[in-house]
Design a protein around this ligand. Structure first.
Ligand code: ADP
Ligand code: MG
Length: 236
């Protein structure tokens, strides 16, 4: 599954038609290699959420090209037949508030996605346990989300984002509610998992604590991206 990377060329997104039409994305170029974690930074209203939604196939880009590895998935229109499968199997999301399902225990929160993808419950739970173990929260598998600390909840959310081994992960402010130590732990985990699973990870963030850790950063302003070499400071 992993080892693909994602590339975007000349992406535009227009909301509305005629007099009310406005471009939220005017010219977006991005290239994230397998195993790489890049930052996406921009002021409010610059197009970050729109870009993530286009990448996640939640909304349709208006123009441009998008490639997953060698496969062209969008070229002025979707080139994949099954968009549901694309969303479910190829793109993982990690949100700021972990949005864990309150009435499922930790294990089933993570196992739900592979179950929806068609795995038997036992296999899905086995897969979920593997990820919880990799993220060092396996001892909380039976707990309900409300019993977890903030850091534990975020690790479970990351496990859930990674459990289907998607080649691309979109993380929206994954460290916002965490203190410095926990935030760095999340960055370390994202980098380790990127390398281990050859995932391409895009992290939208305002978090001054973690911005210096990126080796590459995409700035977005008024729907246009600019690439910058980051400090790539150690997160260990
Ligand atoms: N559904 C929508 N319909 C019309 N305009 C939208 C919609 N969603 C976002 N926009 C506009 O697109 C621009 C980019 O918004 P957004 O992608 O949410 O930026 P960010 O996440 O960086 O704050 C803003 O000007 C916003 O008002
Ligand atoms: Mg936003």
């Amino acid at each position: 599954m992993g080892g693909k990377g994602i590339k975007i060329e000349g992406m535009k997104k227009r909301y509305g038609e005629g007099d009310t039409a406005a471009y939220a994305l005017k010219d977006v170029d991005m290239d994230v290699a397998p195993g790489e974690v890049v930052g996406l930074i921009g002021p409010s209203g610059s197009g970050k959420s729109t870009l993530l939604k286009c990448l996640g196939a939640v909304i349709d880009p208006t123009e441009g090209r998008m490639m997953l590895g060698d496969e062209v998935i969008f070229d002025n229109g979707w080139k994949v037949k099954d968009l549901c499968a694309l969303r479910r199997d190829k793109i993982g999301f990690v949100f700021q508030a972990p949005y864990l399902i309150p009435f499922l225990n930790v294990l089933d929160n993570v196992a739900l996605l592979p179950m929806l993808a068609g795995l038997h419950n036992d296999e899905a739970r086995e897969k979920a346990m593997e990820l919880l173990t990799a993220l060092d929260v396996q001892h909380r598998a039976d707990a309900m989300p409300s019993r977890l600390s903030g850091g534990e909840q975020q690790r479970v959310a990351i496990a859930r984002g990674l459990v289907n081994r998607p080649p691309v992960i979109l993380a929206d402010e994954p460290t916002a509610p965490l203190d410095s130590k926990r935030a760095m732990a999340v960055v370390r985990i994202l980098n380790e998992m990127a390398l281990k699973l050859q995932t391409a990870i895009i992290v939208v963030t305002h978090d001054e604590k973690i911005i210096p850790t990126f080796k590459r950063i995409y700035h977005i302003r008024d729907g246009v991206t600019h690439e910058e070499v980051g400090e790539g400071r150690s997160y260990k």
